[in-house]
Design a binder for this molecule. Structure first.
Ligand code: ADP
Ligand code: MG
Length: 589
């Protein structure tokens, strides 16, 4: 084929491929436009994951009638005039690509009116072509309705997840923007049900309350910091060390009120909690960084979700210092921990070491003894080893003698074993997780799942997002032994947990399950995510003394696992020290 210029229509459709990946990308662009237009209210409605229909309505400044059609041309924007402005973008949008991109892959209707005009205007488009355009009575602001998204791009449709998965992404997005803009009232309804409704009164803690419930909103700590040299400012909320989650999905960062994803910022936040959180538990946070516009390059990603910092190190340390100050003010840290060495074994508050003196009860109604608020606390409920490590079926012949011989236990965390090839260090928690994961996966789908009833059912407050996930997965959870009932709009009643579970805090276990299924379930098989989370809440902890018999049982079962070398999260269960290496180290070779 000879080289030819693409037609404008095709060029737009190709650009749309980058900007509009899925329904949530459409919502993101429309909500950003509403915020750029100075809206004080943003209403979002979606049906069937946003694919069938979505709508964003705002009360911002609107578009003058004469400019509405122009707004749908590529590279048409009111937000940039010259190169200097591109060097210091102050608005969320600036590329002039969103409206034409969305219009090229959907049926779209926009009606809008500016405050100073009598009449509004309405424009209707299909696959990028104008169908109708004319005066229209409507309130000030803008309303964009999109239906049949990707109706002309069947391949893109095929890559979408289930409606409930797409809905939960949209809900996540709207919630994050609500946190960044507490002065704006956000409402989201999913298939007619209201799932987000923030007050928009400028009070961040009340926004947190609307999104995450009273328990979280009440506990969150305020963060405020400034780097005197650069004037970089950090402001927002973080969780106290006793409150934590199973993944990073509750960590939200904004740069100049733009929601962004950035590993460096997550790392800075986590570092500030060093020594205070149990392993693989993550803080909650909603933090805005206010930087001079010229110090941030927002033009590095088509959907603008990533940015580049001119002074990355300074951003890192400003954030980390501010967070650390807030955390330490909440719970004084033992001196060894703040020296920054490998002090994770110190009994800092909330840390699961047997010496930990911390105690607090988050779920007052829990029928389990609640010692430590973390799941990882030692002692208390029946020995985790009693059931899971007994031979799975007593009628079956005992497995052959293990190839690994137990030598002992190090730091109440690692089992030392001798094998034909040298020495092995086995992480007792990771190894047990692997064993239980296999058991849970094997038993999944049994007609009557094993479950243990709680002495007293626990009432739990869920966020609207968690309610969504629960409603969509109630049967799936029941199949694993979680008996949960709806109990009012935002509450559930937890009656039983999987039979295998030894957690002391069943409510936290269910919260983790809902969070993991919602966020990781988009990437991995839901069954695996659920089994891994249950295994994590059932496996013996680091810090638990084991008898020789228990260690032997653990190694035997590990040897029979489908994948003995890694835990379900992918971390190693054991490290091998080969004889040859040992001899080399000792200078015998
Ligand atoms: P960008 O936001 O990058 O400028 P868009 O394609 O998203 O590009 O929008 C084009 C223009 O349409 C914007 O610059 C703005 O002037 C106008 N616009 C879009 N949405 C709205 C809205 N909700 N209210 C007022 N003006 C809007
Ligand atoms: Mg825009």
């Amino acid at each position: 084929m000879p080289i030819r210029l693409l037609s404008p229509e095709l060029a737009t459709k190709i650009a749309a491929g980058e900007v509009v990946e899925r329904p949530v990308s459409v919502i993101k662009e429309l909500v950003e436009n509403s915020l750029d237009a100075g809206a004080s209210q943003v209403l979002v409605e979606i049906a069937e994951g946003g694919v069938a229909q979505l709508k964003v309505v705002d009360d911002g400044q609107g578009i003058p009638s004469g400019e509405l059609e122009l707004a749908f041309q590529r590279h048409a924007t009111s937000k940039l005039e010259n190169q200097e402005q591109l060097e210091a973008v102050a608005t969320l949008g600036f590329r002039g690509e969103a409206l034409p991109s969305i219009a090229s892959v959907s049926h779209l209707t926009m009606s809008t009116r500016t405050p100073d005009s009598q009449n509004g205007h309405r424009l209707e488009m299909q696959w990028g072509e104008i169908i109708r355009s004319g005066p229209h009575g409507c309130p000030t602001g803008a309303s964009v309705e999109v239906s049949d998204l990707f109706g002309n791009m069947p391949t893109r449709r095929k890559f979408l997840k289930s409606n409930s998965a797409e809905s939960s992404r949209i809900q996540e997005l709207v919630s994050r923007y609500a946190l960044a803009f507490p002065h704006v009232r956000f409402q989201l309804s999913v298939d007619g049900r209201s799932v987000v409704n923030t007050p928009g009164n400028g009070k961040p803690r009340e926004t947190l309350l609307a999104l995450y419930g009273s328990e979280v909103a009440g506990a969150m700590l305020e963060v405020k910091g400034e780097d005197p040299e650069s004037g970089y400012q950090v402001e927002g909320f973080i969780s106290p060390p006793r409150l934590h989650r199973a993944n990073r999905s509750y960590m939200t960062f904004f740069v100049n009120h733009r929601w962004i994803q950035n590993r460096m910022l997550s790392f800075a936040l986590e570092e500030a909690y060093h020594g205070l959180l149990p392993d693989r538990r993550y803080p909650l946070a909603a933090i805005n960084l206010a930087l001079p516009y010229g110090d941030v390059d927002v033009n590095s990603h088509p959907t603008k979700k990533e940015v580049r910092f001119q002074e990355e190190g300074r951003v890192f340390s400003t954030l980390q210092r501010a967070v650390r100050a807030a955390v330490v003010a909440d719970s004084p840290v033992p001196s060894v921990v703040s020296s920054g060495d490998s002090s994770r074994t110190m009994s800092a508050p909330g840390f699961p070491y047997p010496g930990s003196s911390f105690s607090g009860s988050r779920h007052a109604g829990s029928s389990y003894p609640t010692g430590n608020s973390s799941l990882f606390s030692p002692g208390g409920f029946s020995s985790p080893l009693e059931q899971p490590l007994a031979p799975p079926d007593t009628a079956a012949p005992r497995p052959p003698a293990p190839a690994l011989k137990v030598v002992g236990q190090v730091k109440l965390t690692y089992v030392v074993a001798e094998g034909p090839e040298g020495m092995f260090l086995v992480d007792q928690h990771a190894a047990h997780e692997r064993v239980l994961f296999d058991q849970i996966r094997r038993k999944a789908g049994e007609k009557t799942p094993q479950s243990q009833a709680l002495l007293e059912p626990v009432t739990m407050e869920l966020t609207p997002g968690q309610v969504e996930v629960f409603n969509a997965n109630a049967e799936f959870l029941a199949g694993y032994g979680f008996q949960v009932e709806n109990f009012g709009a935002n509450s559930v009643l937890l009656r039983s947990v999987p039979g295998i579970m030894t957690t002391q805090d069943p409510a936290q276990a269910l919260l983790d399950v809902l969070d993991m299924v919602a966020f990781e379930g988009l990437l991995r098989q839901q069954e695996d995510v659920l089994a891994a989370t249950i295994a994590c809440h059932s496996a013996i902890r680091a810090g638990k003394p084991l008898t020789e018999e228990e260690m032997r049982a653990l190694l035997e079962q590990l040897e029979q696992a489908d994948n003995p070398h890694t835990c379900p999260h992918g971390r190693p269960t054991m490290i091998h020290f080969s004889l040859m290496n040992m001899e080399r180290e000792f200078g015998r070779r």
